[in-house]
Design a protein around this ligand. Structure first.
Ligand code: SF4
Ligand code: SF4
Length: 178
């Protein structure tokens, strides 16, 4: 069904891999900001940005956590950059059943970049002293109904996979964050 058109702001972070030196400050600040209470701990395993590192070749690629997916994809991409082959799923942004990345280590719930919600500028961008990350906003036309359907499908598949109780517990914990 065709929904009503509406303009919305699309927030993106541009990554310049040539400027990234693999310092992982972005992982540290992201995990600290999302700790409960805020800044009480930092653990890069809880970060919504992960840096793929190959120090011997001076290759560092920051990847943001994207959407949760209930099923593994059928087709996989292989990447060869400067003669080095990367794992098929290395640059994928999804929280997916085939790997542990972008999952809350304790609960297993998916992690997704939320652009640091109420912050003026995403903290990973602010803390990247090498300017490898740049925050950008643009306006795009979207259909309202479709967005609602996407949200419902996403919530249903999360409830199927993790159980409604676990999700409700997590939402309650998040709403108590300071
Ligand atoms: S803070 Fe910047 S330079 Fe450091 S790992 Fe993250 S993106 Fe790379
Ligand atoms: S924008 Fe915020 S939530 Fe997203 S990866 Fe950066 S620090 Fe984490």
């Amino acid at each position: 069904m065709q929904g009503e058109k509406k303009n919305k702001i699309v927030k993106t972070i541009k990554v310049d891999v040539d400027k990234c030196n693999g310092c992982r400050a972005c992982e540290v600040v992201c995990s600290a900001f999302h700790a409960a209470p805020k800044y009480s701990a930092n653990n890069p395993a809880r970060s919504r940005i992960r840096v793929i590192r190959d120090p011997l070749r001076d290759v560092y690629v920051p990847v943001y956590a994207g959407e949760y997916t209930a099923a593994e994809c059928m087709g996989r991409d292989k990447y060869t950059i400067d003669g080095k082959e990367y794992e098929e799923c290395a640059f994928c942004r999804a929280s997916c059943p085939s790997r542990d990345v972008f999952k809350e280590p304790d609960s297993g719930l998916p992690l997704k970049c939320d652009m640091c919600e109420e912050e003026e500028e995403p903290l990973c961008v602010k803390w990247c002293l090498n300017d490898a990350l740049t925050y950008e906003e643009r306006e795009e036309e979207v259909e309202e109904e479709e967005k609602q359907e996407d949200l419902e499908i996403g919530l249903e598949s999360l409830a199927d996979k993790f159980g409604l109780d676990k999700i409700m517990d997590t939402v309650a914990r998040m709403s108590m964050k300071g």
